[in-house]
Structure formats: structure tokens, C-alpha cells
Ligand binder design. Structure first.
Ligand SMILES: Cc1cc2nc3c(=O)[nH]c(=O)nc-3n(C[C@H](O)[C@H](O)[C@H](O)COP(=O)(O)OP(=O)(O)OC[C@H]3O[C@@H](n4cnc5c(N)ncnc54)[C@H](O)[C@@H]3O)c2cc1C
Length: 321
């Protein structure tokens, strides 16, 4: 065993971002994952930069701010499928600025003309759009081009692999519930659909109004309409009634979607947790596991900030030996 051999469990956005950062710091990195892209939860996300259902706010804000800057840099790389989009969040009552606004360089209050009927307040933010079909492929390619190895497989017991690695990074998402027996981790079911493109749209998120969570995210391959956030719901099947409801809500918010054709439905289970778990835990005298899971509805938003912290922890682990 080389002291810079690291195993990353999981090939979603968390595992791949950590893997890339570790390679950049000279580690030899192997990813083992039960599901590979495009079959992970990460592949279901739309995605936009938005710190949603991830805690605690203070750590989430710091990680999100780091990722924001990295996504900005990636807008210069066409293969990464990242760009900036205008996001409007409308409210039916007056609201203060959101807790995350300081991470967003271009943030302002919405004007009355920008709000849909029945809404009185809101804000407008320029945020990264991360087109997951392109971005996940980009991360895989970048990781492998940097010398990283990806293997399909399930890790059932961390101690069984501990003698081969000085450090193991646990990026198993919701799978960590079984892998490390974490009963605080729970699914937050998200159902979405992709419809045909409509020119000139921007992104919307309406999280709080009486119609329930509604969001619209225009991409190159169509428009993502969402959604749901159903805690403790493990159902991965598409629900027809929910799909009708999502479509109606999105058309109310953006009437130009009325004639858009449905291209596909997707369901994913966000890894919900009262707090993101990012911490080291000694497994054996020669192996430490660094947990990095429980990112809720913000795995992309937190990805680079968390990856940087994982690398610092990994380096301090081997520095102490
Ligand atoms: C509908 C929807 C919309 C979303 N929109 C956004 C958004 O706009 N912005 C945003 O930031 N986030 C969004 N999210 C949340 C985001 O998708 C998740 O937070 C993120 O995907 C979590 O990534 P992860 O890499 O930690 O986990 P995952 O993507 O779930 O990856 C976990 C990996 O671990 C592997 N694994 C698990 N257990 C084991 C095991 N025992 N052995 C080996 N491998 C194992 C899995 O096979 C997989 O490869 C959305 C999610 C959904 C469902």
C-alpha cells in the first residue's frame, strides 16, 4: 500500500469531484460504485446552483460559495455543459434576502413586472446551470484522463477494504444509510419531467407558495419541469398524477410551456440528512474514512467546496502518520 492510495466509494457528483481534486494533489485514486453515470441520483438532477435542503446553513454557504466560483470557471469549458442562467424566485408575501445571497455576485430584488400574477415580492439571481447529461460525462472523462480508475461494484463493509488504503472517501449518497448504518439519512423523493425547448425562457423556482414546489430549468436538450420533495418516500416509479400536477403548476408560472411536448419523466432520491456529514473517522490504525454524504437537494451546489475540504482532511490524515 502506497500512503497516497485512496478509495472513493460512489461515482455521483460527490465522488467524482473528490476524485478529481485528489488526483490533482498527487493521490492514486480508485472509485468503486454500485451505479455509474448515467444511473446515479446525480444524473437525475437538472441542475442549478441553489442551496436547497442541505444543512447547516453556515457550512453550506461556505461550500456553495467555493462551488459557485468553480462553476464560473467551468463556463469557459464547452464540454462541461455549465453556463450562467437567470433564476427568479417569486413570493406571495414580502421576504427578506435569502441566507445564501452573499455567495451570488449578481443578486437583486425582482421588479413588479418580473413577477407572475398573485406574487408581490421576490429576487433575481444569476446562477450556474449545470446540464447534468453533459456535466457528469465531463467529470468522468476528466477523472479518467487524470489517471483515475473507475470500477463497478458494491462495498458492503468498509473494514474489509481498509488494509488496501490509507484513506477511504465515503461518497455513497443515500447508500451510506446501509454502508455505515446511518439512520439519520433519508430519501427526499424528486420527480421531474423534461419537455421540448421553448425559446427565451429563464429559470424559475417557487418553493413556498400554496401550489407546492415548482421549478423550471431551461437546458440545451429541453426544459426540466419540477417537482417534488417528498421526505421518507422511497418510490422510484413515475407517478402519473404527480406529473400532471407538475405540468399544470409550471404552465401557470410560465404559460409559454403550454404546448411543450413531454420527452421523459425521471425520479431520484435526494440524500436528506439533518446535517451534511463531512468528517474523518479512524477505521483502523492505518486507515481513516472521510465521510462526504447527505447533501440533500444541493449535491452539485456543494460539490467543489466539499471536495476541497475532503482533500485537506485526507492530507492531514497522512501528515499525522
Ligand atoms: C429531481 C432532483 C433534482 C435535483 N436538483 C438539484 C439541483 O438543481 N442542484 C443541486 O445542487 N442538486 C440537485 N439535486 C440533488 C443532487 O442530485 C444530490 O444532492 C446529489 O446527486 C448527491 O450526489 P452524491 O454523489 O452524493 O450521491 P449519488 O449521486 O446518489 O451517488 C452515490 C454513489 O454511491 C454509490 N453507492 C452507494 N452505496 C454504495 C456501496 N455500498 N458501494 C458502492 N457504491 C455505492 C452509488 O451507486 C452512486 O454511484 C437534485 C436531486 C433530484 C433527485
Amino acid at each position: 500500500m502506497n500512503h497516497k492510495d485512496v478509495l472513493v466509494i460512489g461515482c455521483g457528483v460527490s465522488g467524482l469531484s473528490c476524485g478529481i481534486r485528489l488526483l490533482e494533489r498527487g493521490w492514486r485514486v480508485r472509485i468503486v460504485a454500485r451505479e455509474l453515470p448515467p444511473q446515479t441520483t446525480s444524473d437525475v438532477a437538472a441542475a442549478i446552483w441553489y442551496p436547497y435542503r442541505a444543512y447547516p446553513e453556515e457550512r453550506v454557504l461556505a461550500w456553495s460559495a467555493v462551488s459557485f466560483q468553480e462553476f464560473l470557471r467551468l463556463t469557459a469549458v464547452p464540454a462541461a455543459g455549465t453556463s450562467l442562467t437567470t433564476l427568479i424566485e417569486p413570493y406571495q408575501w414580502p421576504v427578506a434576502d435569502p441566507w445564501w445571497w452573499s455567495a451570488v455576485p449578481h443578486f437583486r430584488r425582482a421588479t413588479a413586472a418580473e413577477l407572475p400574477p398573485g406574487f408581490v415580492d421576490g429576487y433575481v439571481a444569476e446562477v450556474p446551470l449545470i446540464e447534468t447529461p453533459l456535466y457528469m460525462n465531463y467529470l468522468m472523462t476528466r477523472f479518467q484522463a487524470g489517471g483515475g480508475v473507475i470500477e463497478p461494484g458494491e462495498v458492503a463493509d468498509l473494514t474489509a477494504v481498509a488494509d488496501q488504503y490509507s484513506v477511504i472517501i465515503n461518497c455513497a449518497g443515500l447508500g451510506a444509510r446501509k454502508l455505515v448504518g446511518d439512520a439519520t439519512l433519508y430519501p427526499i423523493r424528486g420527480q421531474i419531467m423534461r419537455v421540448t425547448a421553448v425559446p427565451g425562457l429563464h429559470a424559475w423556482i417557487d418553493e413556498r407558495s400554496d401550489r407546492g414546489l415548482t421549478y423550471i430549468i431551461p437546458r440545451q436538450d429541453g426544459v426540466i419541469l419540477g417537482g417534488t420533495a417528498q421526505a421518507e418516500d422511497w418510490n422510484l416509479a413515475v407517478d402519473g398524477e404527480t406529473a400532471d400536477h407538475i405540468r399544470q403548476n409550471c404552465v401557470q408560472l410560465e404559460p409559454r410551456l403550454l404546448d411543450a411536448q413531454i420527452l421523459e419523466h425521471r425520479v431520484g432520491l435526494r440524500p436528506g440528512r439533518p446535517a451534511v456529514r463531512l468528517e474523518p473517522q479512524p477505521l483502523t490504525p492505518s486507515c481513516t474514512v472521510i465521510h462526504n454524504y447527505g447533501h440533500g437537494g444541493a449535491g452539485f451546489t456543494l460539490s467543489w467546496g466539499c471536495a476541497d475540504e475532503v482533500v485537506l482532511l485526507a492530507e492531514s490524515v497522512i501528515g499525522e502518520r
